[in-house]
Ligand binder design. Sequence first.
Ligand SMILES: [Zn+2]
Length: 206
Amino acid sequence: MKDSTPGQFPGGPVVEARPPAPGDLELVRAFVNTRNVERRTDAVDTPAGLTAWLRDRGLLDPKIDATDEDVARALAVREVLRAFCLRNNGVDCECDARVLNAAAERSGLLLDFAGGDSSLKPRQPCVDGAIGVLLAAVHRAMLDRSWGKLKACADPACLWAYYDRSKNGCSRWCNAGLCGNRDKVKRFRERQAATAAKAIDNPTAP
Ligand SMILES: [Zn+2]
């Protein structure tokens, strides 16, 4: 495991200064952030971890435990969701919708009109059903256009999911002071290296 500066990153790669995403979209954001890319940790990469995470959120029947196959499918869905979030941040990346389509089909999402309103509900409270609840939240967010504000940090070493509440909707980093600053330093060094390379190519240039 990669070390992190003690006290600087409690619970994530960055100080969680941002407010949560609206409604159930926060559940999706939290699910994407079960993997901490910077710290190289994953809260749901074992059957016990996935079971606990889903149960803590009331998404899984207490009598059901996640299997290795459930974990593999959940991780695949999560990483495609992260890719979608990255695309929401203007990063050109592959987003394999077939993974989400297959997960939606397995969850057996049904339209439910109980209470005079409509919602998508999974057929069973199993792991596939729980993933279906997350996908239904994504679907709702796509309809009300809040989805485009759920982004993954543009720093490839971070990729933390955050909800962009900035006025112009152009926030690129989960934390401008950390990931944004890291990008500035990287660009500065690249410019310095390019200038040095030019000086070597043209030693007589003024
Ligand atoms: Zn970040």
